[in-house]
Design a protein around this ligand. Structure first.
Ligand code: SF4
Ligand code: SF4
Ligand code: SF4
Ligand code: FES
Length: 886
């Protein structure tokens, strides 16, 4: 399309048609003051501050809502324009309360800044402040709407970005203000306390309720969120070396587009708590007491080496963390394999669907890994299965809501529960728990019956379709309906939405951690191949990683069976490659995963365990069993940022630095590699984990020290092809597809992707003793086991009890009313929770939120069943319910 030429402040400019005058000016370095504009919001033309003048005809217009036109001669700062702007600001100041001196927004208030630039001080107009009450009952947001200038950014952020609809304008004219429906307090509205509106407010009308500090931070630095796999870009403000404030970064190309969720905005309190570990500790006479770094590293090195000498390398194990950086994960597994000769290395995200991910890696040969979240809003159809992103990875939830509401993209949600995404969907498939595999096969069978599949894609990129379609033709759809609880008609309606479309498959823990997860994923990959939905924008697999660097930890080989680059340990060629790179002989013996480590400790075979950044006593099933197994070890090292249940059992504790206190990189769930710099220094004597590992390596006789993060990055980028761009300092990069399959191979010369045969699951058997199926899942306030989020005073103050959800009929039958207390028991343990009744829940199903009450829900699951290669996961378990008095 032909560009439009115009002049702004005497400068010749050309830009695409449809560009606003404001954007054209900004892109050419010309600043125009604004109060209601934001690059991620639709222009509203509300504040009129961005006025400019067309010298050719004297027209004055709001530049944010006026598109460029050929031959315009724009002036952004003429006398006339300054006069108008000054008047607008004077009117705003006249209706503003005189509380600037005590306002927490301080010098960051955009109204004050613009007033100062225009020389507007005490206005000559008669002050007409618009007093409203201060609303601060909730622990997250303070609203002082007397400072509101009606820019509407908060309302647009709420509607256009996070798609909640908690606030809108009430009333009209001078009395109009952003308000909740019926003006209820925020905590009684649908607000999710994401804080996105707060970070957009140009004045102090909306402010974060800080727990430690009121005023402007001394420093502000861009970094990443330390919680889930979305990897949101944020700005942390600090005072005296402590993080006091978090806001989304407002840069254009971030994954989160100026939004955050409640965790990212309000749950980083753990960084400042008194439970931070600040000096190395060594157990002496039964007590952990402070030690020097020399003493602690010498003790760890000597104990690990002597254990290896005495019992062999299989007596050692290393449990790392998907919260630690790429560089730290790489060094951690290298220390285990190259320095100590064991493949007993895993990370805490073992329980996040490793068996399912192995299947994806094997079937797609590591391809199809780059699926940008932004692509969801360009999809032809979205199928969300076993995922509740609105709670688990909220920023992905925002994208899905926008895709459906604003782009009209058909969205199917397959979930036993009526999740928050269901109201945004075109169709909800309320299938029975763990019947996903059956549903997916049935959808494929109906599409096959209708001859609706992508023959071109199938013939170019796949193999084995004949066998697969034989399986589809003989599928018993009546049995599927019985098992899934979905009748043929609703399956046909879902197939209608699939017909002729390339599909984005969004897959969460409901599949990754499910008993039939591997079968369900196998079936899903077949469906993706059949519909030609792999390899391209807005389609393919969106696997929702829970932890911030889960993808990266697996890529760096902090799992027993993958060497770095997800190269299988059993592959002799791959092992040789790493032997040459590290100049050592590597053990071909399969390593222990996190569960098997515990089992071997129970049996007395595992003698020493090094845990970095994990709290297995809280995060793994059967906490008492874990405690006992850890006590059975001869030597336990815990390297962490926080004092926790596991650190209390350690022989040596090494204090690590949090992500905000060190250099590092994470890979998010899309395959985006993001590097970051420290915002503050680590507390006390704490050190970055990579530095501690580097010191230990030398103490244990490894001849090559890395000395700096850059040297580690350099090694990774040279040895792991997918990470060849890691060292691009200061720039964000993406992992590279390294698959040999034709679809993902740059020259199209690779091999085909195979269809798997259709496999069906076993019929469910009813267990009279444990008649309920409990689904264990997330609520947005806690991540995982809640080790970090439970340190947030604000989240605690919100009075979250982690109530168990029960359907109204079951509640009536068990005499359990709203707020009553129930004991929930499985064959492995029992917990007690308050009850909340849900009318949309299917009878026989209950929901237990994770992370609450020291993550006690893990008492209901058996540890051993997770250790198998075809791990059934911990997403659901059989339980019974009884009413209790306390
Ligand atoms: S509360 Fe803030 S963001 Fe919302 S309309 Fe008022 S000034 Fe604008
Ligand atoms: S905090 Fe988030 S959900 Fe609540 S009103 Fe603001 S933007 Fe909407
Ligand atoms: S969506 Fe995830 S990464 Fe983003 S703010 Fe929330 S917890 Fe942090
Ligand atoms: S920025 Fe253009 S009207 Fe407010």
């Amino acid at each position: 399309m032909e560009e439009i030429s115009l002049t702004i402040n005497g400068k010749n400019i050309s830009c695409p048609p449809g560009t606003s005058i404001l954007n054209a000016a900004m892109e050419n370095g010309i600043k125009i003051p604004t109060l209601c504009h934001h690059p991620h919001l639709k222009p509203a033309g509300a504040c009129r501050l961005c006025l400019v003048e067309d010298e050719k005809n004297g027209r004055i217009m709001a530049s944010c809502v006026t598109p460029v036109a050929p031959d315009m001669v724009i002036q952004t700062d003429s006398l006339e324009i300054r006069k108008h702007r000054t008047n607008i600001i004077r009117l705003m100041i006249a209706s503003h309360p005189e509380s600037c001196i005590v306002c927490s927004q301080g010098n960051r208030c955009e109204l004050r800044q613009i007033a100062a630039e225009l020389g507007v001080g005490q206005t000559a107009l008669y002050p007409m402040p618009h007093y409203t009450g201060l609303e601060e009952a909730n622990p997250f947001i303070i609203r002082d709407l007397s400072k509101c200038i009606l820019c509407g950014k908060c309302i647009r952020a709420d509607h256009e970005l996070v798609v909640v609809g908690a606030i809108d304008y009430n009333l009209r004219g001078f009395k109009s203000l952003p308000a909740t429906a019926h003006e209820v307090p925020l905590e009684k509205s649908s607000c999710t306390f994401c804080g996105t509106c707060v970070s957009m407010c140009p004045t102090g009308a909306l402010m974060a309720k800080n727990t430690r500090y009121v005023g402007s931070p001394q420093n502000e630095s861009v970094t990443l969120c330390g919680f889930c796999g979305v990897g949101c870009s944020l700005v942390m403000g600090s005072v005296d070396g402590q993080i006091v404030e978090v806001n989304p970064s407002h840069e254009k190309e971030t994954v989160n587009r100026s939004t955050l969720c409640v965790r990212g905005h309000f749950a980083h309190d753990f960084l400042n708590v008194s439970e931070r570990l600040t000096s190395p500790l060594i157990r002496r006479d039964g007590e952990l007491s402070p030690a020097t770094w020399d003493e602690a590293t010498e003790s760890v090195a000597a104990q690990l080496i002597s254990t290896k000498k005495k019992y062999g390398p299989q007596s050692l194990a290393f449990l790392g963390s998907s919260k630690c950086t790429l560089e730290e994960n790489y060094l951690f597994q290298k220390m285990a394999r190259a320095v100590l000769g064991t493949n007993n290395v895993d990370n805490g995200s073992y329980g996040s669907g490793k068996a399912v991910m192995n299947l994806v890696t094997e079937r797609l040969d590591g391809g199809g890994r780059i699926t940008p979240i932004a692509g969801l809003e360009k999809a032809e159809m979205i199928f969300v299965i076993g995922a509740n992103p609105i709670q688990s990875v909220p920023v992905v939830g925002y994208s899905l809501k926008r895709a459906s509401r604003m782009k009209g993209i058909p969205l199917i949600v397959a979930d036993p529960r009526k999740t928050g995404l269901v109201p945004f969907s075109s169709l909800w498939l309320p299938l029975a728990p763990h019947s996903d595999c059956e549903l997916i096969n049935a959808l494929a069978a109906v599409l096959y019956e209708r001859k609706s599949y992508d023959t071109d894609f199938i013939s170019r990129f796949t193999e084995g379709f004949d066998l697969y379609r034989d399986g589809l033709s003989s599928l018993d759809l009546e049995r599927v309906s019985r098992i899934t609880g979905l009748d043929r008609e609703i399956i046909e309606r879902a197939a209608d939405l699939f017909e002729g479309k390339k599909v984005a498959f969004v897959v969460g823990h409901g599949i990754l951690l499910q008993r039939y997860g591997v079968l369900a994923m196998d079936a899903l990959l077949n469906l993706a191949l059949m519909t030609g939905s792999l390899g391209g924008e807005g389609k393919g697999l969106y696997i929702l990683a829970r932890e911030n660097n889960q993808v990266g930890a697996w890529d760096m080989g902090t799992v027993p069976d993958f060497l770095p680059g997800r190269q299988f340990l059993y592959n002799d060629m791959m092992r040789k490659h790493w032997e040459q790179a590290w100049d050592v002989k590597l053990s071909p013996d399969p390593g222990l995963n996190a569960i098997r480590m515990i089992e071997e400790a129970e049996k007395g075979n595992l003698k020493a365990l090094f845990i970095m950044g994990e709290n297995p006593v809280r995060s793994l099933p059967q906490p008492e069993r874990i405690r006992k197994a850890l006590r059975n070890l001869e030597f336990l090292v815990v390297q962490d940022i926080l004092e926790n249940e596991t650190a209390h059992l350690a022989d040596v504790v090494l204090p690590g630095a949090a992500f905000s206190e060190k250099d590092g990189s994470f890979t998010n769930l899309e395959g985006r590699i993001q590097s970051f710099k420290p915002v503050v220094t680590p507390p006390g004597e704490a050190k970055p984990d990579w530095e501690i590992l580097d010191l230990l390596g030398v103490r244990m006789g490894y001849p090559r020290r890395h000395y700096s993060i850059h040297k580690i990055r350099d090694e990774i980028s040279h040895l792991v092809p997918a990470y060849m761009e890691l060292e691009r300092e200061g720039e964000e990069s993406w992992i590279k597809e390294s698959s040999n399959l034709k679809l993902f191979h740059p020259d199209g010369q690779g091999g085909p992707i195979h269809f798997s045969p259709v496999i069906t699951t076993e019929d469910e058997t009813y267990d009279e003793a444990y008649p309920f199926t409990a689904i264990l899942g997330s609520l947005r306030y806690h991540l995982g086991s809640g080790t970090r989020t439970s340190h947030s005073v604000r989240i605690k103050d919100f009075a979250l009890k982690g109530e168990v959800e029960i359907c109204t009929e079951d509640g009536a039958q068990l005499n359990l009313s709203e707020g009553a207390r129930a004991r929930i028991s499985s064959p492995y343990g029992s917990i007690s929770r308050e009850v909340t009744l849900k009318k949309d829940l299917r009878p026989g199903l209950i929901f237990i939120p994770m992370g609450f009450h020291n993550n006690d829900a893990m008492q209901l699951i058996e540890l051993t069943q997770l250790g198998r290669a075809d791990s059934p996961g911990w997403k659901e378990c059989r339980v019974k319910l009884e009413k209790t008095e306390n």
